[in-house]
Ligand binder design. Structure first.
Ligand code: SAM
Length: 237
């Protein structure tokens, strides 16, 4: 079976890009889209929070402002350089081995939908390795059917910018190659990425394999899941 890794992703536009094709300057400008509110409603106030794939701190900033004690992880030094007020760790999430355990671990931005099964397993194991025995893992995933509802030409605008689906094509069973455009007044970026459509049972099975159990979904479309360590994965059993 063909595997598409994040190194197959790409981006166009001004400035630096991450290995997975994200523009640093675009993420500096991208406004929040309700993610912080979802996290804050689920997490205990003031919790220690490990943010995996933090990028330029789009969620880090409002989470810090709400009193969470955030540690931001990303493999891109250029992204992390944009973050102020939180400790940052430059690492591939799959390889992360911090001594500290966190009351909340977040894996947002649909990273779990990577079309690389081994990386997905690594991301989820990193969540399990870094959460406290009674802590929460909050994961943002593509909701069921998202690939079918995305068609070229679809666009949505918010806060002075427009996001559009430039192209989307199936490239393997359940895997799409998508090109998204981000248009701001002064500049335009694109990102082309591969993602795997994970049904709810497939998503939950991937978590089970990593020692996590989905406890509930935080949004009606099931795009945010709240998980905990499975009983057998707790250290204090
Ligand atoms: C789509 S951006 C989202 C950033 C941030 N979560 C946000 O919503 O603004 C994804 C970020 O995850 C990072 N990333 C992707 N895969 C990674 C991995 N396996 N290990 C470390 N960082 C990763 C990229 O470098 C990038 O900064």
């Amino acid at each position: 079976m063909t595997t598409f890794t994040r190194e197959d992703h790409s981006g166009t536009g001004p400035g630096e890009f991450t290995p997975d094709g994200c523009s640093v300057e675009m993420y500096v400008r991208l406004p929040g889209n309700g993610e912080t509110e979802i996290i804050a409603a689920a997490a205990p106030p003031g919790a220690t929070l490990l943010e995996l794939g933090a990028g330029a701190g789009r969620m880090t900033r409002p989470l810090l402002a709400r009193g969470f004690r955030v540690t931001a992880v990303d493999e891109s030094a250029a992204m992390l350089a944009k973050i102020e007020g939180a400790p940052t760790v430059r690492a591939a999430i799959e390889d992360l081995e911090l001594e500290e355990r966190f009351e909340v671990v977040t894996l947002a931005s649909f990273l779990v939908n990577t079309a690389d099964t081994a990386t997905r397993a690594g991301l989820l194991r990193a969540c399990a390795r870094h959460v406290t025995d009674d802590g929460l893992v909050l994961i943002q995933r593509e909701p069921d059917g998202r690939h079918e509802t995305r068609t070229p030409g679809v666009e949505w605008s918010r806060d002075g910018m427009t996001i559009s689906v430039i192209s989307i094509e199936p490239v393997a069973e359940g895997v799409s190659k998508t090109c998204i455009g981000y248009e701001f007044e002064e500049a335009r970026w694109t990102q082309t990425f591969y993602s795997e459509n994970l049904s709810t049972p497939a998503f939950e099975a991937a978590l089970t394999d990593a020692g996590l159990t989905v406890e509930s979904y935080l949004t009606e479309d099931r795009s945010w899941a709240r998980a905990r360590l499975s009983d057998s994965s707790r250290t204090a059993v």
